[in-house]
Design a protein around this ligand. Structure first.
Ligand SMILES: NC(=O)c1ccc[n+]([C@@H]2O[C@H](COP(=O)([O-])OP(=O)(O)OC[C@H]3O[C@@H](n4cnc5c(N)ncnc54)[C@H](O)[C@@H]3O)[C@@H](O)[C@H]2O)c1
Length: 265
């Protein structure tokens, strides 16, 4: 597609979970508007692919290997990212995993795995990298939660729902504390999306594809907007949340659910 505007020229974004899916879509869109994207993910191959795609389109991006669970590694990644342009102005806190563990059966290890990545990982980024964004005097932070945080999410299980609920609370806390420094912190709750996130490694490709096909059919039938969420949907909301169109919005959570919560039959 190539660079289409300079709306984010001068911005440097630290984006986690860019190895695939929704956050990759956000990085691609930001770069098309002139933002320098620092892409951080545990999956190097996927992350390099994202960076290569941005560069092929004429944008500027850098890949950093990062496991967000490791606070020291997050601190080091923040230093490395800051050194690239001597500033950071935006964070997209998005690296996450799903869980299919049920209320009847969520072992301790599964609870810890989900909480460590989906909540501690976000906390580590807030503690170690966000202060650099706040310092810029024009910080914008977007936290990627999930519709499951509000719906209760029978598909996600209790650990996933709770981790994503925590992201909303963390958003509000940070927004309140950093508003005096002109740093806005907002949150997005995406609905079901067709990304590698939903692929269960314990299942075959055919089984996974069948499940996604069933999700699409279900969305077509039951979601008011009749389809699953896309990376472009989330990238568009992130653009809104980091540009001046949302200058008076902070501590807010936007539901990108195709109208799921208004459907009432
Ligand atoms: N796909 C959906 O239906 C859906 C719905 C609502 C919310 N979300 C949320 O959106 C975000 C992105 O999900 P997605 O659908 O794009 O999934 P995805 O699997 O395509 O992307 C998630 C990325 O996070 C990375 N990651 C996982 N653990 C990490 C860690 N410890 N450190 C660094 N990177 C790590 C993965 O390597 C991957 O690249 C997640 O926070 C997810 O909870 C997804």
């Amino acid at each position: 597609m190539g660079v289409i505007s300079n709306r984010l020229e001068g911005d440097v974004a630290f984006i986690t979970g860019t190895g695939s899916g929704l956050n990759r879509g956000v990085a691609l869109e930001f770069a098309r508007h002139g933002c320098v994207c620092i892409c951080a993910d545990i999956n190097d191959a996927g992350n390099e692919e994202t960076v290569a795609q941005i560069r092929a389109e004429g944008g500027e991006a850098y890949a950093i290997h990062l496991d967000t669970r490791d606070r020291q590694a997050v601190k080091k990644a923040g230093e490395e990212a800051f050194a690239i342009k001597n500033k950071l102005t935006i964070i997209i806190n998005g690296a996450g995993v799903g869980s299919t563990a049920t209320l009847e059966n969520t072992p301790d290890e599964e609870y810890d795995r989900v909480m460590d990545i989906n909540l501690r990982g976000y906390f580590n980024v807030i503690m170690e990298i966000a202060p650099r964004v706040v310092e810029s005097g024009c910080g914008r932070i977007v936290m990627i939660s999930s519709s499951t945080a509000k719906s209760g999410g029978h598909q996600g299980g209790p650990a996933y729902s709770a981790s994503k609920g925590g992201v909303i609370s963390m958003t509000r806390h940070c927004a309140l504390n950093w508003a005096p420094k002109n740093c806005r912190v907002n949150c997005i709750c995406p609905g079901f999306a067709d990304t590698p996130f939903g692929y269960d490694p314990k299942q075959t490709l055919q089984e996974n594809e069948a499940r996604v096909a069933a999700m699409k059919a279900n969305a077509a039938k039951h979601m008011p907007l009749g389809r699953l969420c896309t990376p472009e949907d989330i990238a568009g909301i992130c653009m809104f949340l980091v540009t001046d169109e949302s200058a008076y919005v902070t501590g807010y959570t936007i539901d990108a659910t195709g109208g799921r919560y208004i459907y009432n039959t």
